[in-house]
Design a protein around this ligand. Structure first.
Ligand code: PRX
Length: 656
């Protein structure tokens, strides 16, 4: 993209100053920026004591002596589950609803109070202990969006057992590699969940994933959600309700060291192997609760909060489980999809529960736009007062539509930039403080340092683009990649001296606001889901008919990016001029089996060659040109410059 096009795209004159009435009640304040700037560690120590109850107070805030391996609040002790549950009950708020759970089938709802959560989490902690789990063991969680998912995570946290939640849309293969990497002793799953009006199965994927002689898994706990038949292994499988019925009612939470691992969450990197990003207890909980308070402007006494993410992603960890529950929020937890049983389902939920803070992804907003503004208009959404966006760049049109049609023309929209690795929100406006600019994440929040650097590592002047970096350590930063400390150093801390390299391109506008431009590495962002080109390529070449594969993320109006694959078939397996629709379907299903349906290429193109440099690196830039239907850019560094002609000729056949 040329700089001029960039300039046009990112020029934005609209600006929305905060409403004074909102500012008067906002949790975030303008002076927090200066306070954090003046005393970074003092600022975070203050947040840690404000948002978290420590069973043993800390004396040291940050230990950066072994950078980039950080320790925050290292001699402090706390229990994350105690913070999310017990302390609210002890403070007399046991009757307050923690979760308004809404199942996908209409009318299938359940309210879970903090007292209910307390009882369930204690029982579950006892049940896990009865199964032999102790501090330091790991547990994989593969569940739909049901209250038991929250209970399971908190029960693990209570015991100091790091959980590894695997998104229910991942396949048995993907589940298997994640279980093996974390050496999980137990899997918590369910018979299934509801998706688009029908029960979907989960347990068969667990059975297939564990079908390895050397699996680390000893037991599988199965929640009954749909009641569908499941295959049963008597020596391994246990019903969740049986284990809970047999477990004791009370469990005293022990303090954990601040740096004790809280969870592992796998995310896609630039290689074929997903990275187990791990987070520890004190710093993560501090930042999750603080950001949820100042960025979403959560007032737990009066707000009804709803984050529509799945708990299988980091957004669900930080902004469904740990942040809001630490803050004692009342929130909606929804199991299903936005179009079941009708396209107004989200707005019906907003109306029924008087949701006041909504946090969702740009892909969803663009989908709602496509469905039409008459749908939300049918519902009373006057309760909405703050809107959040996360996961991918939000285009100004979608931002405006969101404010207008969901936010009643007045609700501030906060575009929040962060990553699995950062653990919490890093760049975002503060509602009530910031002059909002549609489409920009704007500024590092108080306590966070961000900048945009050029190739040489120099900060770019306003009006220019470069690489996004984080300039200071932060409490919720990943502590590493599970089992691979060197990869942590290489991936994030080697590109620019002393700075965290986020892998995103960004631009500063004339006022220094940060605009995110998407990944600069081989990571794609499809509907806010992070996918690795290399991982999908590995999946494709593991199919017997494929000789070589290259995957690119092509711009897509709805999903941000879409997966487009170029494959060379093995000899005798069809040809680029043939009708390859059958092979294409086979390959798409193969990717779904290897990784999960979310990774299925939207388009597969059978080609005779792939464009490679003399050193053998695939030039994805040229393939992106083809995938997006543009004139192919500079191909002079190709080892064989006729390759692009071959590809284009191959693709222009009538059966395409
Ligand atoms: O490219 C950025 C994009 O999502 C990546 C992180 O993905 P993940 O670890 O799955 O976490 C997603 C939820 C926090 C980032 O490197 N991204 C996330 N939020 C934004 C964004 N891009 C632009 N604007 C955002 N607000």
């Amino acid at each position: 993209m040329s700089n001029e096009t960039l300039e046009n795209l990112l020029h934005e004159d609209r600006s929305f100053p905060p409403d004074p009435a909102f500012t008067a009640q906002a949790n975030g304040t303008a002076d927090m920026y200066a306070a954090a700037e003046a005393d970074h560690e003092g600022f975070w120590a203050q947040q840690a004591r404000k948002y978290v109850t420590w069973s043993k107070d800390f004396t040291q805030v940050l230990d950066w002596s072994d950078a980039p391996f950080a320790k925050w609040f290292a001699d402090g002790e706390l229990n994350a589950a105690y913070n999310c549950v017990d302390r609210h009950v002890e403070a007399g708020r046991g009757d307050k609803v923690a979760l308004h759970w809404v199942g996908e089938p209409t009318g299938d709802t359940r309210d879970v109070t903090y007292a209910d959560l307390h009882r369930e989490v204690q029982k579950a902690a006892n049940a896990l202990t009865d199964l032999g789990l102790t501090k330091g063991d790991t547990v994989a969680i593969y569940l739909p969006m049901i209250p038991e998912a929250v209970v399971a995570m908190l029960a693990c946290a209570r015991l100091g057992v790091p959980h590894s939640v695997v998104f229910g849309g991942f396949s048995a293969e993907a589940l298997n590699t994640r279980i093996a990497d974390a050496q999980a002793k137990l899997v918590i799953t369910s018979d299934g969940g509801y998706r688009r009006g029908a029960p979907s199965a989960l347990k068969p994927a667990v059975d297939a994933a564990l079908d390895h002689a050397d699996t680390s898994v000893q037991k599988v706990l199965v929640v009954r959600r749909t009641g569908q038949d499941v295959a049963w292994n008597d020596s391994r499988d246990i019903w969740w309700h049986d284990a809970m019925a047999a477990a004791g009612d009370t469990h005293v939470a022990q303090g954990m060291e601040s740096e004790h691992p809280l969870f592992i969450l796998y995310t896609s990197g630039t290689t074929g192997k997903p990275k187990g990003i791990f987070h520890t207890t004190g710093g993560f909980l501090t930042q999750a609760a603080y950001t949820n308070s100042v960025v979403h402007d959560l007032h737990p006494e009066t707000d009804v909060y709803w984050c529509t993410a799945d708990i299988g992603w980091v957004t669900g960890h930080s902004y469904i489980v740990y942040g809001p529950l630490a803050n004692g929020a009342t929130q909606v937890l929804y199991e299903g999809t936005p179009d079941t049983p009708h396209q107004g389902r989200f707005w019906e939920i907003v109306q029924d529960y008087k949701v006041s803070i909504l946090y969702t992804a740009p892909t969803a907003i663009r989908t709602f736009m496509k469905w039409g503004s008459d749908i939300p208009a049918k519902f009373d959404m006057s309760s909405i007062r703050v809107l959040g966006s996360v996961g991918e760049p939000i285009n100004p049109e979608a931002w405006m539509w969101y404010r207008e049609h969901i936010g009643g023309g007045h609700a501030p929209v906060v575009d929040t930039w962060w990553q699995t690795e950062t653990g919490g929100i890093m760049i975002s406006p503060l509602p009530g403080v910031t002059n909002l600019k549609p489409g920009s994440a704007q500024k590092a929040i108080p306590g966070i340092g961000a900048d945009v650097l050029d190739d040489m590592g120099e900060p770019v002047p306003n009006g220019t683009g470069g690489y996004l970096v984080l300039t200071k350590p932060w409490p919720a930063m990943l502590r590493g990649i599970w089992g691979d400390p060197q990869r942590y150093v290489d991936t994030y801390w080697s590109r620019f001296e002393g700075m965290y390299f986020a892998g995103d391109g960004a631009k500063k506008d004339d006022e220094g606001n940060i605009w995110l431009l998407g990944r600069v590495d081989d990571v794609m962002n499809v509907s806010g889901h992070r996918l690795s080109t290399t991982e999908i390529e590995s999946a494709l070449v593991s199919h017997p008919k494929v000789a070589e594969a290259a995957v690119v993320g092509a711009n897509d109006e709805m999903t941000g990016q879409a997966v487009v694959a170029f494959v060379i078939l093995r000899q005798g397996e069809g040809h680029e001029h043939d009708d390859n629709s059958q092979i294409e379907t086979e390959l798409r299903n193969h990717v779904a089996k290897e990784i999960g349906p979310i990774a299925k290429p939207k388009k597969i193109m059978v080609v005779p060659e792939l464009p490679k440099t003399r050193s053998g690196k695939i030039m994805r830039r040229l393939l992106r040109d083809v995938a997006e239907g543009r004139a192919v850019g500079d191909a002079t560094t190709l080892a064989d410059s006729s390759v692009m002609d071959l590809i284009k000729t191959g693709l222009s056949n009538p059966s395409e």
